[in-house]
Write a protein that binds this ligand. Structure first.
Ligand code: HEM
Length: 477
C-alpha cells in the first residue's frame, strides 16, 4: 500500500530527525540568506504580471518561472496573497517539522466570506487549534489507522453500476465523464458512511446523490470565477458571481444535510455508525463533519480519477501491462497499479500548492522565515523537477520500482511529490481515496480498452484540471 499511509508516523520521525538540537543549531546558524523579493505595486503586488502571463489558470507555470529566476525560495505578493514560495523538498521537510502542534493552512477567501456572512460552521478543513485536533484525532483512528473494510463490497457495487451504464457508450466517447466521476465520488463516500446496507438503500438515495453531485460541481465552477474578481469585491459590488456562489453553496449544504440525515437513520455498519456509537460527539457536529467529508470527496477524487483514466488512455502499453498485472494480483496488492497512481498524482498534483502559516519563526536550509508568514509549497514545480525525477515530464510508472539498494528506479527525492500533503494536517481521506481510485481503475481496465482522443494541458481552477474537455473512447474487451 502507498507509503503515504505512514505519513503520521513519518512526520514524527521527520520532526525528530530535523529537530535534534545539533541539527537545529546548524540550521539556525546557516539560515542567513535574505529571501529574494519580487517587487510589485503597493496594493496589488505583481497581480498585473500574472494577468499578463495568462491569469490564475496558469499560476503553476508563472510560479515555476519565478523559481527558475529567483531560486527555490522567494517572496511575492499576488493580489491579497503575500506569500513565501518554496520548492526545495528539504525545505518542505523542515517546514513540516516546524509547523507547530496545530498546523494552519489558508482557506479559499470565498468560503471564509460565506461562512462569516451567514454564520456557517464547517468541518475539519475549516477548523483550527484545539477544536481541530480533538476531531482530527478521532478521525485519524477510523479513517487512517484502523480503517474498517466493511465498505469494499459496497464500493464494488458503486463502480459496477457506473461501468454497466458505460456499456451504452461502447465504441464511443463517454458522454459525461467528469459528471459521472463526481457522482461516483459521492456514492463511494455514501457507501463508506453506511457500509453494507448501501445495496439496499442506493436506489432511494440516488436522487439525493445526483442532486448533491450537481450542486458540488456548481460550487466548484462558481468558486473558480473569483480568481478574476476577488470574492470580497464581488460581494461588495453585488455581482452575479457572488450571488450565484451563495446559491450554489446554500444548495450544496442543504442537499448534503438532507443526505446525511437520511444516512444517519439507516443504522448501517460504516464510518457513520462507528463514530455515532463510540464517540460522544453532538449530532450537529457529526453532521457538520460528514457534510464536509462528502463535499471534500467530490472534486478531489473525481479529477484525480479523470487524470488517471486520461493518462492510461494515452499509454496503450502501460494499459496492457496493468491489465496483465491485474490478472495476477488483487487490486489492493498490485504494485504496478500503485506505481501508476503515484505517477499520475506526481504529474497532475491536484493541490499544486500546499500552504502553512507557522506560529513561530522557522528555519529552512538557507533562510529564516518569520512567524505567521504564509508559506506556499510549490508542488507542481518540485514534482516536475529533473533533479528529483529523471525525465520529469514523462509518464513512467516504473520509476517507482525499488532497486536492490531500496532506492527508487527513477526518483531521486520522493518527498518532492506530496499529493495528499504531509504531517498532522495531511488529507484525512487519503486512504479511502486511494482504494476508490485503485478499484475504479482496475475494474475499468478489466472491462474496457481506453483511448484518449486528444491530449490536454493543465489549467488551474484552484485545483489541477484539464484546460479542455477530456474525451475518452471505450471499447468493451
Ligand atoms: C485523490 C483524492 C484526494 C486528494 C489528492 C486530496 C488532497 C488533499 C490535500 C493536498 C489536502 C491538504 C493537506 C494540507 O493542507 O497539508 C487535503 C485535506 C483534506 N482532505 Fe483530501 N484529498 C483527496 C480526497 C479526499 C477525500 C475522499 C476526502 C473525504 C474524506 C478528503 C477530505 C479531506 C479533508 C477533510 C481535509 C482537511 C484535513 C485537515 O485539515 O485536517 N480528501 N486533501
Amino acid at each position: 500500500m502507498a507509503n503515504r499511509y505512514c505519513s503520521l508516523v513519518l512526520v514524527n520521525s521527520t520532526k525528530k530527525r530535523f529537530m535534534s538540537t545539533s541539527n537545529l543549531k546548524t540550521i539556525i546558524t546557516e539560515s542567513k540568506k535574505e529571501i529574494p523579493i519580487v517587487k510589485g505595486l503597493p496594493l496589488v503586488g505583481t497581480m498585473f504580471s500574472i494577468l499578463a502571463a495568462g491569469g490564475g489558470r496558469k499560476l503553476h507555470e508563472y510560479i515555476d518561472k519565478r523559481h527558475q529566476k529567483y531560486g527555490s525560495v522567494f517572496r511575492e505578493k499576488l493580489g491579497s496573497v503575500d506569500g513565501i514560495w518554496i520548492s526545495n523538498p528539504l525545505d518542505m521537510k523542515l517546514l513540516f517539522a516546524q509547523e507547530g502542534k496545530f498546523p494552519e493552512h489558508i482557506l479559499p477567501e470565498a468560503w471564509l466570506l460565506y461562512n462569516d456572512t451567514y454564520g456557517q460552521k464547517r468541518g475539519l478543513y475549516f477548523m483550527n487549534g484545539k477544536e481541530w485536533w480533538k476531531y482530527r484525532q478521532i478521525f485519524n483512528k477510523v479513517m487512517l489507522k484502523d480503517l474498517n473494510v466493511n465498505f469494499i463490497k459496497s464500493y464494488k457495487i458503486v463502480i459496477n453500476d457506473l461501468l454497466n451504464e458505460w456499456e451504452l457508450s461502447n465504441g464511443q466517447v463517454i458522454p459525461n465523464l467528469i459528471a459521472d466521476l463526481y457522482r461516483i465520488s459521492i456514492s463511494f463516500m455514501v457507501a463508506h458512511l453506511v457500509g453494507r446496507v448501501y445495496d439496499d438503500c442506493k436506489n432511494d438515495l440516488s436522487n439525493d446523490v445526483n442532486c448533491l453531485a450537481q450542486c458540488i460541481q456548481k460550487v466548484f465552477q462558481c468558486t473558480v470565477k473569483f480568481t478574476v474578481i476577488p470574492a470580497k469585491t464581488s460581494k461588495l459590488l453585488k455581482l452575479n458571481i457572488w450571488n450565484d456562489f451563495v446559491i450554489a453553496v446554500d444548495n450544496s449544504i442543504e442537499s448534503a444535510n438532507n443526505l446525511v440525515s437520511k444516512l444517519m437513520s439507516l443504522n448501517g455498519d460504516g464510518l457513520l455508525n462507528s463514530v455515532l456509537n463510540v464517540h460522544d460527539i453532538p449530532i450537529d457536529m457529526i453532521k457538520r463533519l460528514m457534510i464536509d467529508f462528502i463535499i471534500a470527496a467530490g472534486d478531489t477524487t473525481a479529477y484525480s480519477t479523470q487524470w488517471s483514466l486520461y493518462t492510461l488512455g494515452l499509454h496503450k502499453s502501460i494499459q496492457n501491462n496493468l491489465r496483465h498485472s491485474l490478472l495476477e494480483n488483487d487490486f489492493l496488492e498490485c504494485d504496478y497499479l500503485n506505481n501508476i497512481l503515484k505517477e499520475v498524482l506526481r504529474m497532475y498534483p491536484l493541490a499544486p500548492f500546499i500552504t502553512r502559516i507557522p506560529p513561530s519563526d522557522i528555519y529552512l536550509t538557507d533562510h529564516k522565515i518569520p512567524a505567521n508568514s504564509l508559506v506556499i509549497m510549490s508542488m507542481f514545480t518540485s514534482s516536475r523537477n529533473g533533479k528529483y525525477f529523471n525525465s520529469p515530464n514523462e509518464f513512467i510508472p516504473d520509476r517507482w520500482n525499488r532497486l536492490k539498494s531500496n532506492k527508487y528506479n527513477g526518483v531521486n527525492e520522493p518527498f518532492a511529490t506530496l499529493p495528499y500533503g504531509f504531517g498532522a494536517r495531511s488529507c484525512i481521506g487519503q486512504k479511502m481515496a486511494h482504494i476508490q481510485m485503485c478499484l475504479t481503475l482496475s475494474e475499468c481496465i478489466k472491462r474496457y480498452n481506453l483511448h484518449t482522443m486528444q491530449p490536454v494541458e493543465i489549467a488551474l481552477d484552484l485545483i489541477t484540471v484539464p484546460d479542455d474537455q477530456i474525451n475518452i473512447k471505450i471499447h468493451k474487451l
